[in-house]
Design a protein around this ligand. Structure first.
Ligand code: NAG
Length: 363
């Protein structure tokens, strides 16, 4: 076993770039130990790096292996670069790529896999052979709102600012955009008034909308401010940061790339100016009263928070520093609901306004 472990470790070292993969890389030095003598059955793909069908299979195979990863002591899902290791391919009569073979873990005579190269067929095969049920990690649900003709009419012009990407299934730039769009939607998931949406311009139930909108190239991105069905075309860059900046500007949000909030979130200019009088040396009682008045007209929970901080400072001079430290600690600890994180960042931003000028430049 020690030898096997060291072989596997060296295999992993060789294929270090694939360390996150659930598919085991098989090479001449580990093949016999892992596939023929381990007593564990193995599905082995013989592939060549230049082969198109192999590239198509790769993500499916990866998903298959991830599903059976929990049972890796019972079944191996592996692959052989048979271009690099021609002798291994030759030994098992591999003539085309990809070739999939099932080894029972005891004999060196594999069985050809003749099923489909889709995930369902491959999974069914392993299930039948091993009686193991795959465990699929449920992907986090998408925060992108797929709109069809009826939901588009309902949501656009409503109480949300909506950024819509019109896409087509065959469009390469849309595929590039897709993961960025998912990330963007996650960044804005706890922003109740912003919606990141998508219209599949070729879906039968959404086609008419794309036509109405005059969409003729993909992806086309449009912004619909709340209350308006008049689109604003989006022609900016297509990075997460580009979209976040655009939305912050248009929708008045304070999102940061990655889903957090920027340093202005929660802060209110009118109250900041009251706070700066205080940090500039004005009397506490006087500014506290001014803040209370300003907050009363704003009816905003963070405006109330300014008032609360003034109250605390009156009783406890070191309050701001201590409280900021406490909130920073909570944020560092992590594991909080996104709304809670937003709230703590907003309050921290306000507290920083109360620090003396010297403190400000430090933070
Ligand atoms: C449009 O989407 C909504 C929500 O996903 C769904 O309930 C509705 O059935 C869809 N309408 C059509 C025509 O597909």
């Amino acid at each position: 076993m020690a030898r096997l472990t060291s072989l596997l470790t060296s295999a992993l070292a060789v294929f270090g770039a694939n360390a996150a993969s659930s598919v085991l890389d098989l090479i001449p030095s580990n093949f016999d130990d892992v596939v023929l003598k381990s007593g564990k059955p193995a599905l082995v793909e013989f592939f060549a790096p230049w082969c198109g069908h192999c590239k198509t299979l790769a993500p499916v195979y990866e998903e298959l292996a991830a599903g059976f990863e929990f049972a890796k002591d019972k079944v191996v899902i592996g692959k052989v670069d048979a271009d690099d290791h021609k002798e291994l391919g030759r030994r098992f009569g591999v003539q085309g790529f990809p070739t999939l073979k099932w080894f029972d873990g005891k004999s060196d005579t594999p069985e050809d896999y003749k099923g489909g190269r889709d995930l369902d067929s491959l999974t069914a095969f392993i299930r039948e052979k091993t009686a193991l049920k795959p465990k699929t990690k449920k992907a986090a649900p998408s925060q992108v709102e797929m709109l069809n003709d009826s939901t588009f009419k309902k949501l656009i012009g409503g109480d949300k600012d909506v950024l819509v990407a019109f896409t087509a299934p065959w469009c390469g730039h849309c595929k590039t955009l897709a993961p960025i769009w998912e990330t963007l939607a996650t960044d804005f998931a706890s922003e109740p008034s912003v919606l990141i949406a998508k219209v599949d311009a070729e879906a039968p139930n959404a086609k008419a909308t794309a036509q109405d909108q005059g969409v003729s190239s993909y992806p086309t991105i449009k912004y619909f401010p709340k209350g308006s069905s008049e689109a604003m075309p989006y022609n900016g860059g297509r990075s997460e940061a580009d979209f976040v900046t655009f939305l912050n500007e248009k929708a008045g949000t304070h999102r940061a790339v990655g889903g957090g909030l920027d340093a202005t979130a929660g802060t209110i200019a009118a109250l900041d100016s009251v706070v700066s009088k205080f940090t500039g040396g004005a009397g506490l009682a006087e500014v506290a009263e001014e803040a209370t008045k300003a907050a009363a007209s704003l009816k905003d929970k963070y405006a109330e928070y300014y008032v609360k901080v003034f109250g605390k400072v009156k009783d406890n001079e070191g309050y701001v520093e201590k409280e900021l430290k406490r909130l920073t600690g909570l944020l560092k600890k992590g594991g909080l609901a996104p709304e809670k994180v937003d709230d703590l960042i907003s309050r921290s931003n306000i507290l920083r306004k109360f620090m003396s000028d010297q403190g400000k430049s430090e933070l």
